[in-house]
Design a protein around this ligand. Structure first.
Ligand code: SF4
Length: 99
């Protein structure tokens, strides 16, 4: 297959290793170790730091793939847990958030 002009890497090269693959395959431990805000957040067990693309987009100064996904911060911090628990009132809560 011919490589199109303007692309530095083929799709095969991108999916065979390197920085891109390291980034998209980052695990939760790496996310916690690289984001102290998410590491301390009571919602992390549900949110897992949110979307890495949005975390990068909303990084305050330099793009950071481990940045917090602010859309998830708004979602979780505006009563999501209370609403979910209320909506599931007949169910046993196995993952209770404790202050
Ligand atoms: S709600 Fe925000 S701070 Fe908490 S884990 Fe999700 S992205 Fe991180």
């Amino acid at each position: 297959m011919r490589r199109q002009r303007g692309y530095a890497h083929s799709l095969k090269e991108l999916l065979s290793g390197g920085e891109y693959l390291d980034t998209v395959c980052a695990n939760l431990y790496q996310r916690v170790m690289n984001n102290p805000v998410c590491a301390a957040c009571e919602h992390f067990r549900y949110c897992n730091g949110g979307c890495m693309a949005l975390g990068t987009l909303y990084s305050p100064e330099v793009p950071d793939v481990f940045g917090s996904d602010l859309t998830k911060c708004v979602f979780y911090r505006n009563g999501w847990y209370r609403k979910a628990v209320s909506a599931m009132s007949g169910w046993r809560n196995e993952t209770e958030i404790r202050p």
